[in-house]
Ligand binder design. Structure first.
Ligand code: ZN
Length: 504
């Protein structure tokens, strides 16, 4: 799938890179720091957007999170799963449910059960003895937390059984329990928490029927309440009923699965089950206007002005519109009714469109009246004075020249800033006090080559990435590194001038 020879628009690759970085950041926060900073629905929507792009363009970045399921934490204490521990595809509405149900054989019955919002665990038994308890990890192998099973209700011995039992660990006495369970399992303070294990799946020879398996499991384990239905219409009815029922464990939707197993060795997603999620903290509002700004790359970035809603006491008037493609794809025009979700203290996020809005028409730049150009993702005003201003602002911000304020930049309005620097470097030109301070700063601070390249704001290249890039040889380059290399080559002359002015 990874094919560098394929011609894919650079803006698509940049969009993918942005999505990859976001997903990895959230993965890191969740798995390493037990920090759930975005909602699962929003996280899933990012992954879906990335996967859609990858599928559409048949192109996957070499470090794409689509190539792994989760992330492995403790590499010293890993257990390999007998078969891949895949995730469930999510349906957020009936349309999705019908779409996902196409992967099932319609001759088989369906099982509907609550989707427990806990921490997934796989218990491995050999000749009756529980030999490991592994977290999901990257789906192929996960961290062994066996000692903690002593504090749960799961049996450590099942006569004559060899195989894996999959289920979910939960605790019924805390609110934000998923993070807490994960934290407890890792931080080894289990005694005071009431950890419970619910089993819902068996990986073992000759146990290929989910209905029989649930009955078998119920002899030894707590199992979820489940319904057996004949068709997908009934499955929807029961799935939605489950949302309204109360359970000992927190749930975030329902699971619809086929009676028969489908072992899929290489897939991120299970082939015999998917989840039908209900959205917890959602709000509705109407899009009243769309405000566009131009960023330093010339991209048109939308913000959606919505009818004010109050969430946890905070007044919300705007929602991030991401980009032109995002608005168009989701038909978020003026008048659209949209669903918004907020988790914790993060900025509220768009989740879905309930009623389509007006078509989004972009033609001329709202700043300079030039005709806009379009890529698959963005609308652009490449020669916009606003873009020049944003680039210059970014450049000086990165160099931390703090007296260079908006007024000075608006006055000179130039990029790549060379003329501004020349003017402000030269004493004789300086008339006002603020310019004078900038002049002193530019002349007194010695910037490094890395400072200058970083301040140019090459897309996807953080200071850390640049630092690594400068210490690599060409055969170690990633996609991002090659992009940086091209950028530097194409801007060599300007870079040289900046170096001469600022690094002497
Ligand atoms: Zn413009």
């Amino acid at each position: 799938m990874v094919d560098l020879a394929v011609q894919v628009d650079e803006s698509i690759i940049q969009q993918m890179r942005l999505l990859c970085n976001k997903i990895k950041y959230y993965d890191y926060e969740l798995h390493y720091r037990n920090n759930n900073i975005v909602s699962e629905a929003y996280y899933d929507s990012l992954r879906k957007e990335l996967e859609d792009l990858e599928e559409q363009y048949n192109y996957i970045l070499s470090d794409s999170p689509s190539l792994v399921i989760g992330c492995v934490l403790d590499t010293h204490n890993l257990v390999s799963h007998t078969s891949i521990m895949s995730s469930l595809k999510c349906a957020y509405n009936k349309e999705d449910v019908y779409k996902h149900a196409k992967m099932f054989n319609t001759e088989f019955k369906l099982i509907v059960e609550p989707k427990i919002d806990g921490v997934a665990l796989s218990l491995k038994y050999e000749e009756g003895i529980c030999i490991s308890a592994a977290l999901r990890g990257d789906g192929k192998q996960g961290e062994n937390v066996l000692p903690f099973m002593l504090y749960t209700n799961a049996p450590l011995f099942i006569e004559n059984f060899s195989g894996e039992i999959r289920g979910e660990v939960y605790t019924d006495n805390v609110s934000n329990h998923r993070n807490i369970v994960a934290g407890i399992l890792r931080n080894k303070q289990v005694q005071n928490y009431n950890l419970k294990f619910v089993a819902y799946k068996i990986i073992s020879n000759n146990k290929n029927n989910h209905i029989e398996n649930l009955k078998w499991l119920s002899q030894y384990f707590e199992i979820p309440k489940y319904y057996i239905v004949k068709n997908i219409e009934d499955a929807i009815v029961y799935a939605e009923q489950i949302w309204k029922e109360s359970y000992k464990y927190p749930i975030d939707g329902s699971v619809i699965k086929s009676e028969y197993y489908n072992y899929n060795m290489n897939n991120r997603y299970a082939k015999d089950a998917f989840s039908y999620k209900y959205i917890n903290n959602y709000y509705q509002s109407i899009v009243e206007d769309i405000k566009w700004s131009v960023n330093r790359s010339g991209e048109y970035i939308p913000r959606c002005k919505i009818q004010e809603i109050i969430i946890d006491g905070a007044k919300i008037n705007y929602i991030n519109g991401h980009n032109f493609r995002f608005l168009n794809k989701n038909k978020i025009g003026i008048g659209a009714i949209i669903q918004i979700e907020r988790v914790g203290n993060i900025v509220p996020q768009y989740i879905s469109t309930i009623q389509y809005g007006e078509n989004i028409i972009l033609d001329k730049c709202v700043y300079c009246n030039n005709l806009l150009s379009f890529s698959e993702i963005h609308a652009y005003c490449l020669n916009c004075p606003e873009r020049i201003y944003q680039q210059t602002l970014y450049f000086f911000k990165q160099l931390n020249i703090k007296y260079l304020n908006e007024n000075i930049l608006r006055r000179y309005n130039q990029y790549p800033c060379i003329e501004i620097i020349k003017i402000l470097k030269n004493k004789e030109w300086i008339t006002n006090l603020n310019d004078r301070k900038v002049h002193d700063q530019i002349n007194n601070i010695k910037f490094t080559y890395l400072d200058i390249i970083n301040a140019l704001g090459i897309s996807g290249a953080s200071r850390t990435i640049l630092n690594k890039y400068f210490n690599k040889s060409e055969n170690e380059y990633t996609d991002t590194d090659r992009y940086i290399s091209n950028y530097i080559q194409n801007h060599q002359e300007i870079i040289n001038q900046l170096i001469n002015l600022l690094c002497e």
